[in-house]
Design a binder for this molecule. Structure first.
Ligand SMILES: [Mg+2]
Length: 375
């Protein structure tokens, strides 16, 4: 089988209400959808997903579409979609990093391989390890009272794990955690995500005060490049520290592990370069005895299905996941005919599972893609 053509489209879908986190305010999802065609008529779909204008990634939809069209496609066309190690190496020789663009192509390759064999992608990724993944919901930064109200609403909807975004006004973060804990009680798991907002000293001071509310972990407390600062925080507090923005490549995870800068690795198949590279990162973390979770980017259902295939087939990826759950940033629409909703989380008692079907198991909705496509 040979890859014959690659097409890309930027698709932008607004969120119902602005979503606030320490990097900025999100008003819409804007992702690149990728179609990879083959000479046997099998077509795979992938997604490169972003946090646009949020200061999270060097890549944007506007940079990624030409990156794929002009640079990556010429080295991928003509290859056999099953030769995924070779294709990743060819993409790396063409351009360093640009992991989100490469992830978009990677996802489409898994969709092709599964469709060609009439198997769901997870069967090619190690098979079914655990069919259900616990879902998380992430609370946008607001007043402590409004976040507590939202937390209770999501608990009543069936969520067992909640993430509190913090870091925009650090002096109020302890109050946010206190009111959310008071609202949901002690049977709900609470995580915190500072998205790089604190200094190491500030993080140590605030996190120590948070310990009595027993959060599961605090994610990315300090700047992504400050692994020494992150290691100092991790050594100084009792709550585990999770790495998100600071890990992208295999070597970045290796550095984090060597410095003992994090206790948990948040793998996002977009920023980590796709399912294939994420499997390598998972193996590296496993070798260090470090658990990982499948985090969420601002991902449509194509990317969410990819997260589910990765999570159900990977033994240590069983920590609750936002990437596998419906997006916490409630958007007005999606790009596929079937999506997993907040109600589905409730009906599975706080869990989600992979939607059945060959490949990634998604059916693109051509009308919606056309409606929300931007040039
Ligand atoms: Mg995070």
């Amino acid at each position: 089988m040979k890859i014959t053509k690659i097409e890309t489209k930027v698709v932008e879908i607004p969120v119902k209400s602005p979503y606030v986190f320490s990097h900025g305010v999100l008003k819409a999802f804007a992702n690149v959808l990728i179609w990879v065609y083959t000479d046997e008529g099998v077509v795979g779909i992938g997604e490169a997903s972003f946090v646009p204008g949020g200061g999270v990634s060097e890549e944007t939809p506007e940079s990624t579409k030409p990156m794929i069209d002009k640079y990556l496609s010429p080295v991928v066309i003509g290859e056999d979609p099953f030769d995924i190690e070779r294709i990743h190496k060819k993409m790396d020789e063409c351009v360093p990093r640009n992991l989100i663009a490469k992830a978009g192509i990677d996802l489409a390759l898994w969709d092709i391989m599964g469709k060609a064999l009439d198997l769901p992608a997870y069967k090619l990724l190690g098979g079914m390890y655990e069919s259900r993944i616990r879902a998380t919901y992430t609370l946008s930064i607001d007043t402590a009272e409004k976040m507590a109200e939202q937390a209770l609403f999501r608990k009543n909807q069936g969520y067992l794990t909640l993430v509190i975004k913090i870091g925009r006004d650090p002096e109020h973060d302890l109050e946010r955690l206190k009111l959310v804990r008071d609202a949901v009680g002690w049977d709900i798991n609470i995580r915190l995500d500072a998205n790089e907002a604190y200094t190491p000293d500030q993080a140590i001071r605030i996190i120590r005060k948070m310990e009595k509310y027993e959060p599961e972990f605090v994610e990315e407390p300090v700047k992504r490049w400050d692994l020494n600062g992150m290691a100092r925080v991790a050594a100084s507090v009792d709550i585990p520290i999770s790495s998100d923005e600071s890990n992208t490549t295999l070597e970045s995870v290796n550095k984090i592990l060597c410095k003992e800068a994090a206790d948990i690795i948040n793998i996002k198949i977009s920023k980590n370069g796709g399912i294939y590279r994420s499997k390598k990162i998972a193996a590296l973390a496993e070798s260090a005895g470090i658990p990982y979770l499948v985090g969420g980017a601002n991902t449509y259902e194509v990317g969410r299905q990819a997260c589910r295939h990765f999570a159900v087939s990977t033994a240590n990826a069983q920590l609750a996941s936002e990437g596998c759950a419906p997006a916490s940033q409630s958007k007005i629409d999606d790009v596929t005919k079937k999506i997993i909703t907040y109600d589905d989380v409730g009906s599975l008692n706080g869990y989600v599972t992979v939607t059945s079907g060959a490949g990634l198991g998604v059916e693109p909705d051509d009308e919606k893609i056309k409606k929300y496509s931007v040039t």
